[in-house]
Each structure stands twice: as C-alpha cells, then as structure tokens.
Design a protein around this ligand. Structure first.
Ligand code: PLP
Length: 411
C-alpha cells in the first residue's frame, strides 16, 4: 500500500509470527484493533517463556546451582536488552510489573518523603488513571496540591498553558509521552527541558510510546520514565522504571523483602544497590525473559519500520473512517500514534463495540482509564481502534466496512 512503510519488509510474514491473529471470532476472521490495551505476542516470545519453564526454571540471584545461574543470566540479560532498546544503563532500570507499579514507586519512594503543604504537582488532562491516582494519594498525605494542564481543540497539550502552570511551588510534573485515547505524541523533550530549567522533576508515562517508536530516554531529559511490557509484544506483568541514578540512590525502597538487601539484622538492614533495592521478592522471571525476546523481535524489525508501518495504517484508517456518516473522531494531533478514538452519532460506544465484535472486529469501548479526558469532551465513553504493525490494510477496510454495517443496524 505504502512503499515507504513497507521498507522491504514482508509484513505478511511478520503477521504470521503472531499465532493468535490466525484465529476466528464468532465465525469471522479476527481483526484485532486493541493493541493499545494489550499487544499480541509473536511465537518467539511465547517460545522463550515456554523454554524457560521447560529447561531452565529456577529462582534468580539466590542459587549457585547451574539452573540458578542460567535463570539469573537470562533475567539480567533481559534487563540489558531492554536497557539497550531504551538507550539507558541497565543499573538505572528497575524491573517491575508495569507502568502502574513504576509510577507508584516514584510516588511513594520519591514524592511522598519530599512533598509538603504548599508544594504542587502538575499533570495533564490526557493522563491515564495510573498517572493521576498515585499523585492524588500522595497529595492527600503530604498536603500538596495538583494542577492540570489543559488541551487544545485538536487534542494536543496546550504547551504554553502548561508552562504558565510551572510556578516555583511546582515540584513534580507528570505527563504521558503518548495519549492512550487520542494518540497525541507530546513534545516531551522540550517540556522536560523547560521543567528542568525550573528545577521541576519530570515523570513520563511511556506506556504508549515504547511499542510504537524508537526511544532514546537518555536524550529526553526526563527524571523518570515508565514502560509496560505487555503493550510491546512482551508478557503481562512486566515493565520497568528508568530513573536518573542520583534519584535511585536517594530514594528509600518501596517494598521490603528478599533480593533487595545486602544484610539483614534485627538492629538494622543494609539495602542492596539500585536497581535491586527496588526489586523485592521473586520477580516475574519468565515474563522478563519473554520481554527480552520481545525486544529482540522489535529490534529485528526496527522501530523506525514499525512506526512507518503504523503511520500508514493510521492514515488509511483515519481517511476511511472519516468517510463514514456520523463518525466523530477525538484527537487530531499533528504528531499522533496509531490510535483512533471515535463515536458514531446516535450510537452508544459499548453497543458499537459489541456489534463489531460479532463481525470479528475487536476494538475497545469505555473511558480508557482516562475519566478526566472524557469529562473534557463531555462524553462518558468512546470507541477506540488501535493499530499495530502486524495489522493489515485489509483489516482497516474490514473494520470500516463492519462499522458502516453496524451503524446501519443501529440507525
Ligand atoms: N499509562 C497508559 C498511557 C496506558 O495506556 C496504560 C495501560 O493501558 C497504563 C499507563 C497502565 O499500564 P499497566 O496497566 O500495564 O500498568
């Protein structure tokens, strides 16, 4: 369809790497357009998890036997792969269950001991609840307040409005790199530079960025960056927090237990060095080995190719969807990831999603864990079609044809 997006890659073969995409739903070929919710997994990721349990299963960082060494090497190898993928140092990368955990770790370990009455936190209107509720909990306990940066009509951040909020009382700015509802890509590098000039610590939610474009976290200039593995072809229950080394060194542990200590005595415990200080208990070893395989997989395709392919699918879908009568698209940012939120006049989002499911098309409907954004648009819910590189242009057409049919049924 689009020569630049194809870039010599056999996308049909890429798609065939994902076993689940071959199945049918309600007797129709599956059209999976919910990758912003969770991504599908290539066989290499499934095989890596399977191989670990079949051949190497042991706990990490504890046993000296061969299996223990193999498991530890594979687990730490996954950390190194992920660090390379994100262009950060492995010892600055805390492995955890996902973005929700990562943001809570910053909230409880960095913000809670530091914030006090008179301090402020700035968030944006387009945050996922995972980047709102932890800050509300911290604000309640510290007496800090929360200020909200608003959006333009096209669903972009009002950047000047945001800068106007960055007054001397602001200690922390939390913002998403890419909106899970609007697809808006925020100018994170520029915003972090401005925040840093004012001495404000920045926490970036990268859940929807890491699966879709090449990331160079070291160049972004933020203080904390959170990712979640299951949206980037990896297993559920995997993710990471990147933090500047000085923050990790200064932060107390979030959870206590095994793995995160050097020595425990009843008169005091010496904690392990970062990042292990923040990784109490047995981790999701198989999951991280799977995430390492996911990173290998994405790197082999090349994130620039992933992005170009998804942009071509987005352009196609936006044009085709706009031609359906009564469709209202939310979010028209100039820089936008392959996510389209929409409503159809006179139809409830859940009805549309349910009827599309009967056509084999899986989209999400609801508030997308972004109530404040729904309040901004004055709607309780939207439908959201989200695309990944393994989708096809035929699927875009099948989705839009199914939507037009469903719309007629509901009219
Ligand atoms: N932030 C954004 C922008 C998201 O899209 C999501 C997941 O939907 C999250 C945070 C939470 O990620 P997880 O549930 O994997 O912790």
């Amino acid at each position: 369809m689009n020569a630049a997006a194809d870039a010599g890659i056999d996308w049909a073969r890429v798609r065939a790497d994902f076993p689940l995409l071959a199945r049918e739903v309600h007797g129709k070929p599956l059209v999976y357009l919910d990758s912003a919710n969770t991504g599908q997994k290539p066989a290499s990721v499934i095989d890596a998890v399977d191989d670990f349990y079949r051949n190497h299963n042991a706990n990490v960082s504890r046993a000296v036997h061969a299996l223990g060494t193999e498991a530890t090497e594979a687990y730490e190898g996954a950390r190194r792969k992920l660090a390379r993928f994100l262009n950060v140092r492995p010892d600055e990368l805390v492995l955890c269950s996902g973005t929700t955990f990562a943001l809570n770790l910053v909230a409880y370990s960095w913000a809670l001991p530091r914030l006090q009455p008179g301090d402020a936190i700035v968030l944006t209107r387009m945050e996922h609840h995972a980047n709102i509720v932890p800050w509300q909990l911290v604000a309640q306990r510290t007496g800090a307040t929360i200020k909200v940066a608003e959006l333009t009509d096209s669903g972009e951040l009002d950047v000047d409005g945001l800068y106007a909020l960055l007054t001397p009382d602001v200690k922390l700015l939390g913002l998403t790199h890419v909106s899970n509802v609007l697809g808006t890509v925020n100018p994170v590098r520029e915003i972090c530079r401005e925040a840093r000039r004012r001495g404000i610590v920045t926490v970036v939610d990268g859940s929807q960025a890491a699966p879709h474009r090449a990331l160079d976290i070291a160049a972004l200039g933020c203080d904390f960056y959170a990712i979640t593995g299951h949206k980037m072809c990896g297993p559920t229950g995997t993710g990471a927090l990147w933090a500047r080394r000085e923050h990790l060194a200064a932060m107390p542990p979030f959870l206590g237990g095994g793995e995160m200590i050097k020595e425990v005595r009843f008169d005091g415990t010496v904690f392990n060095d970062a990042p292990h200080k923040f990784e109490a208990g047995t981790p999701n070893i198989a999951g991280f080995i799977g995430l390492g395989a996911a990173v290998d997989y994405l790197s082999a395709i090349g994130m620039d190719h992933v992005e170009a392919r998804e942009q071509a699918l987005l352009a196609h879908a936006t044009e085709a969807l706009s031609a359906v009568d009564g469709v209202r698209i939310f979010g028209r940012a100039a820089d936008k990831a392959a996510v389209i939120s929409f409503l159809v006049d006179g139809a409830h989002a859940h009805d549309l999603a349910t009827l599309l499911d009967l056509e084999g098309v899986a989209i999400r409907s609801g508030h997308h864990c972004a109530h404040p954004l729904m309040q901004h648009f004055g709607v309780p819910a939207t439908c959201r079609a989200s695309f990944a590189f393994y989708n096809t242009h035929d699927e875009v057409d099948a989705f839009v044809a199914a939507l037009a049919k469903v719309r007629r049924l509901l009219a």
